[in-house]
Design a protein. Sequence first.
Length: 340
Amino acid sequence: MEDTLERWRSEKTAAYLSSAVAASERDPAKAALFRQMEEAAETQAGILAKELGKVPSFEPSLRSRLTVFLVGIFGPRAMRHVLSASKVRGISAYRGELQPEGHPWPTSAEEIGRRHKSYGGGTLRAGVFGVNDGLVSNTCLVMGVAGAEADPSVLILTGVAGLLAGAFSMAAGEFISMLSQREMFEHQIAQEKDELERYPKEEAEELALIYAARGIPLKQARDVATKLIANPAQALDTLAREELGLNPDDLGSPIGAALSSFIAFSIGASLPLIPFLLGLSPAVAIAAAISGAALAMVGAVLSLFSGRSAFVGGLRMLLIGSAAALATYMIGSLFNVSGL
C-alpha cells in the first residue's frame, strides 16, 4: 500500500510539473504535449487512488515548487534534466525532431533507439575537463611554492601531494555522483516497468502523444506506440528513452567514472612537475612553458564542443590559466622561505 501511495504522489507531482512546463512553453505543439501529459498523469493517479480506496490530499513538495519557480525563470529546455529526474514525461521532445528529412517514419524500438543514440562525445569532454582541472590546480600550486623559493624537494613533494589529493578527491566525487545518478535512473525505470504492467493502454497513449508532438501524425503515432507496447521488453526500453529521456544501455558506470576522472586529473597535474622531476633548468620557466602549451591545447579541444574558433579557445584558456599561475606565484613570493 505504501508503494502505491508513493507512486500516486509521483504521478501527482508529474502532473503538477507538466502543467508548469505547459504554461512556460512558447512552442504551441510542445505546450499541448505537456498539457496532455498532465492529463495522462492525472488519469494514472486516479487509477492508483482507486487501489488506495480513497483520494489522498496532495501538496507539492518544496523541491517541486522550486523546480516550477526555476522553470518559470529559465524555461523548460534549460531545466529538462531536473524535470526528467522528477519523472515528467515527454522531456525527450527537447532532443529535436524524430523524423530526419527524406527518411520514413520509424516503426520499431530499435530504429528509434538508433536515431536517439548520442554521439556527442560526452566521455571525451569530461576527460578534457579532468585534464584541465588537474593542470590548472597543480600548476597554480607548483608556481605558488616556486614563488616562495622553497627547496626543489619540497616543491616536488608538494606537487605530488597536490596531484594525489586532487585525483582522489575527483575520483571519489565522480563515484558518488555517478552512483547516485545511476540509482535514480534505475528507480525511474523500475517505476516505468510497474506502470507498464498496471496500465499499458495509458502508457501507449502517452508514447503516441510524444511522437505526435515531434511530427508523426497522431493516428500513425498510435499505431507505432501500440506495436511497441505489445512487446514488454521493447516497450520498457522505448518508454525509458521517450518518457524519461534515458538510455537503459548506458546509465553510467561509477567505477569507470571514478577511474577516468582519476587518470585525467593525474595527467594534467603531472605536467608542471616534469621539469622538477627530471632536474631540468630553469625548471620554473620550463614548467610554465609546458603548462602554457597544454592550456592552449586544452582550450582548443574544448572549442570543439562550443563551435568557437580553436585559436580563440586556446588563447582564452592560456590567458586565464597564466593569470591564475602568475597570481599564485606572486602570492607565494610574499612568503619567501629560502632564508629560513
